[in-house]
Design a protein around this ligand. Structure first.
Ligand code: C2O
Ligand code: CU
Ligand code: CU
Length: 489
């Protein structure tokens, strides 16, 4: 059965209109049962070399354009890109620099750029109200006052963010500083960016066409891309490597790990370095989140092959029921490296909850409309509201400290919640996993809130005043309105 037909028929059988395919799939119990079902990952042959996006410093010219790219081996697809093909260059800046980016919009619709995780003045942040019309352009002067870390950029025009990102518009934005430089972490060819995205194809072409059910669950693809290629490999030396990993998918969560019993040493997350490295055998990474990891290949013989994989993580959600390979590492050279994992990386001072002047709770579990409602497709919401461009939903004071809670206790979907204009700390997660992950002992801008969970965050707002958004980074949810405005004043 073809995927789209399956989704249609499964939704007829689904218990409720809005839970769609994910509820139906609860009935399945083995991986074998699921082969051929919607979104079942199709692994490739891992025989094309990984492509590293080009790098630019200080200034960048981004030309959003229609392109073509050989994402699947031997088959090219229409794409969107900022360069030539897919994705955009990696922008690298030092803390304290001003980066100038000009965006030329050669798409047939509006677009803009948001600098995800970077704290910027309102008019530079890429709020959906600030867009370039088709054929137009925008100029960004970005004052970088920010810890070293792996940030990223992508379009943020309301209603078309998901499609534009899915079709290929995204790139990394790396900030370096003196503290990080002093650690002498693996660099140059030993520092590799990994942008993970899932894609759906019709024939050879990328296809973005979510139906109502897929707006509720998120649009999942069957092919997993790393840096724009399906199933690539990368040759490595028997040496330590640093990988900066971005989940740039619209909706898919990965439970990342390695084969061969090798651990990931997490050294950083969204907003830069942790206090100390955390060794994990697997770790969840939601849409919009980043991980900075060190991997020790130094004891491996030449010829050894290791895979970056996503492990199963849920029986209940269609996303979590499969494990699959993403990228192959081929050890092809010996090396006599002297690198050792630092025991201390940085100092993250915990914000004291007593400093919070306000607590806001956001219900992210409520579904609006759909069956039994006032007709039309069901939508996710925040506190029962969906996005309106001009409406101010929350007002916070510049420089103040607040606690924000995202409550998905009664929800059935995964919501990676993201706040613009600030980096936060995760205070606690109750329900569900009931814990803070290794990667969450860091500054964060996006946090996974699984069904049945409530996550409590603390943050100090910057002095930049104006209107910013916060939203679910499941980009189907965001485009469908799971986003609100807040104003700093
Ligand atoms: Cu990466 Cu408002 O998003
Ligand atoms: Cu953002
Ligand atoms: Cu969501």
């Amino acid at each position: 059965m073809k995927r789209r037909e399956f989704i249609k028929s499964s939704s007829l059988k689904a218990i409720t209109a809005f839970a769609g395919a994910s509820v139906f799939l609860k009935a399945c119990h083995t991986e074998e049962d699921m082969i051929g079902e919607p979104n079942w990952i199709v692994e490739g042959s891992f025989d094309r070399p990984l492509i590293i996006p080009s790098m630019t410093n200080g200034t960048a010219f981004l030309n959003a354009q229609l392109s073509t790219y050989e994402i699947l081996k031997g088959r090219s697809s229409a794409t969107l890109s900022y360069a030539n093909g897919l994705l955009g260059p990696t922008i690298r800046a030092r803390n304290g620099e001003i980066v100038n980016v000009s965006l030329q919009n050669n798409l047939s619709e509006e677009t803009n750029i948001h600098w995800h995780g970077i704290i910027l003045p309102e008019n530079m942040d890429g709020h959906p109200k600030d867009v370039a019309t088709a054929g137009g352009s925008l100029n960004y002067d970005l004052p970088i006052i920010q810890r070293a870390g792996t940030y990223w950029y992508h379009p943020h025009s309301h209603g078309s963010t998901a499609k534009q990102v899915f079709m290929g518009l995204a790139g990394l934005f790396i900030v370096n500083d003196d503290e990080e430089a002093a650690l002498n972490l693996p660099s140059g060819e030993f520092e590799i960016p990994i942008i993970i995205q899932d894609k759906h194809f019709e024939g050879s072409n990328l296809d973005y066409s979510p139906n109502d059910d897929e707006m509720m669950t998120g649009y999942l693809g069957e092919q997993i891309l790393v840096n724009g290629l399906h199933a690539p490999y990368v040759s490595v030396s028997s040496e330590w490597y640093r990988f900066r990993i971005l989940n740039g998918s619209t909706a898919r969560v990965y439970n990342l790990g390695l084969t061969g019993g090798i651990h990931l040493n997490v050294i950083g997350a969204d907003g830069g370095l942790l206090n100390t490295p955390e060794s994990v055998s697997s770790i969840l990474l939601g849409p919009g989140e980043r991980l900075d990891v060190l991997i020790d290949f130094s004891n491996l013989p030449v010829g050894k092959e290791i895979f970056l994989v996503s492990n199963r993580f849920s029986e209940y959600n269609v996303q979590g029921r499969q494990s699959f390979d993403l990228l192959k590492f081929k050890v092809d050279k010996t090396s006599t490296s002297s690198f050792t994992l630092p025991s201390s990386l940085s100092t993250i001072t915990s914000i004291n909850p007593n400093q919070a002047s306000n607590v806001r709770t956001f219900n992210i579990a409520k579904i609006l409309g759909g069956e039994g409602g006032h007709g039309g497709a069901a939508k996710h919401s925040i506190n029962g509201k969906t996005f309106e461009m001009e409406r101010v939903d929350e007002i916070v004071n510049a420089g103040s400290t607040e606690i924000w809670e995202f409550d998905n206790m009664l929800g059935e979907e995964i919501h990676p919640m993201h706040i613009h204009g600030v980096q936060f700390q995760v205070l606690e997660r109750t329900g569900g996993r009931n814990q803070i992950l290794a990667s969450e002992k860091a500054w964060k801008d996006t946090v996974l809130v699984m069904p049945g969970e409530k996550v409590r965050l603390i943050m100090t707002f910057p002095q930049y005043t104006g209107m910013f958004v916060f939203h679910c980074h499941n980009l189907e949810h965001e485009d469908d309105g799971m986003m609100l405005n807040y104003r700093i004043e």
